[in-house]
Design a protein around this ligand. Structure first.
Ligand SMILES: Cc1cc2nc3c(=O)[nH]c(=O)nc-3n(C[C@H](O)[C@H](O)[C@H](O)COP(=O)(O)O)c2cc1C
Length: 414
């Protein structure tokens, strides 16, 4: 007889650590760092609020491991322990309700705006799609020496997070950033040991995992966010993703979060209308893929993208495919949503499509990111999110602030 999994059922991970309930706040970049990418008190405030809202595990927005590679103004960079006192405060705020907090660590590779970075790096020097070339330059191919340096940086950042008191780390291996670029036959056209076939393309992600594990030890949770596929011609496929998952499971990874897409195909927020009939029925965007994972792997799985209703979440947990439910936008507008869901209530403010009427903006994912970041920034100031804020107002504010932010970041660029 199968036992029903409830949202408040704890989950034990392979390393022995537990997650107190099945609701996870997926990573959302907060853009709350200083101009020179240091920690701020705003982060402490917003994570305190999410902790009080009942989330079981909170995964921070992506933190950069190299200040020469920053994805947006306000990113936090962790290369050494200069921010240790505030990092400790951040970890404590995230744990204040008995919940767990992990840090998402990232290297964006070529997905760094031109205005902020002197040059960008990637496995190969492949330019962006034409319409994105204004924003993103053609990267330089990494040397082997640089590849080893970046792998070591991933481990170092993870160890600093552990020392600061965070409960775990998540490697960002999705959404077209550096690990994603190594995994993609389109972005990785190397002919050395890091490219040329699927086994070589996954060498980088496995080396990053091994280094992180080496630096944090066997009992500290290490997870990864991975694309089910890139949704891009010639990109990372579901078949290769299944192989990567099996290789990571064999090495002892604690959690795999499934997502999908890149800046060139931003399906992670559903912005490009990636909605099969099965997705509409089952709510979550990538659930067909987690069903496939379950056929070949027992690794703990978190699924993110599209969860909105109690029914959808319970169905996913009890379908046997998914162990943890990832929530992003819904907890940016309703930080207390986990408590409501755990009490059996639906969201007060369901996530709605955002539209400005401008085709270029509405399909790009940019509006989604900026609108929700603004709500997070409100919480960082001790205010409430505004679930009905008009998207056009947010866009105007973003254009004004980002123009100024990019200008200042450019002056400081490393
Ligand atoms: C404002 C914002 C920032 C995001 N930042 C990150 C990030 O730093 N790392 C990441 O893996 N995903 C990031 N995402 C993607 C979310 O984690 C999630 O995959 C996506 O929003 C789909 O989930 P949802 O339908 O519950 O919102 C971000 C999404 C939003 C809206």
């Amino acid at each position: 007889m199968n036992t029903t999994i409830e949202l408040n059922t704890p989950l034990t991970l392979p390393c022995g650590a537990t997650v107190p309930n099945r609701l996870v706040k997926a990573a959302m970049s907060e853009a709350l760092g200083t101009l020179d990418n240091r920690m701020t008190e705003g982060l402490v405030r917003v994570y305190q609020r999410w902790a009080e809202g009942g989330i079981g595990l909170n995964i921070t927005g992506n933190i950069m491991i190299d200040r020469r590679a920053r994805a947006e103004p306000g990113n936090i960079v962790i290369e050494d322990d200069r921010d240790m006192p505030l990092l400790k405060k951040w970890a404590q705020a995230g744990q204040s309700n008995g919940n767990k907090i992990w840090v998402q660590i990232n290297h964006p590779g070529k997905q760094c705006p031109k205005a902020m970075n002197k040059e960008t790096v990637s496995p190969s020097a492949i330019p962006f799609r034409k319409d994105l070339q204004m924003m993103f330059g053609t990267p330089r191919a990494l040397t082997e020496h640089e590849i080893f340096n970046i792998i070591e940086r991933w481990g170092r950042a993870a160890k600093i997070c552990k020392d600061a008191g965070f409960d775990g780390v998540q490697i960002h291996g999705a959404h077209g950033y550096l690990i994603s670029q190594f995994l993609s036959p389109h972005h990785n056209q190397r002919t050395d040991q890091w490219g040329g076939n699927a086994e070589n393309r996954r060498r980088f992600v496995l080396a990053v995992y091994d280094e992180v594990r080496r630096q944090v030890g066997p009992e500290f949770p290490v997870g990864i966010k991975l694309n089910s596929a890139d949704f891009q011609k010639g990109g990372f496929s579901e078949e290769e993703s299944l192989e990567v998952i099996q290789a990571l499971e064999a090495r002892g990874i604690d959690l795999i979060e499934v997502s999908g897409g890149t800046y060139e195909a931003p399906v992670m927020t559903g912005a490009t209308g990636h909605k099969k009939e099965s997705t509409i029925q089952r709510e979550a965007y990538f659930m067909d893929f987690t069903d496939k994972v379950r056929k070949v792997s027992k690794v703990p799985l978190m699924l993110t993208g599209g969860f909105r209703s109690l029914h959808g979440m319970r169905d996913a947990l009890n379908s046997g495919g998914v162990d943890l439910i990832g929530l992003a936008r819904s907890v940016a507008i309703e930080p207390e949503l986990p408590n409501r869901l755990l009490d059996g209530n639906e969201a007060l403010y369901p996530v709605k499509p955002l539209t400005t009427g401008l085709k270029a903006v509405d399909g790009s994912g940019l509006l989604e990111i900026q609108w929700y970041t603004r709500q997070i920034k409100r919480m960082a100031k001790g205010k409430n999110p505004v679930p009905n804020e008009h998207p056009v107002l947010v866009l105007i504010a973003y254009l004004f602030e980002s123009g100024w932010g990019l200008f200042k970041a450019r002056k400081l660029r490393a």
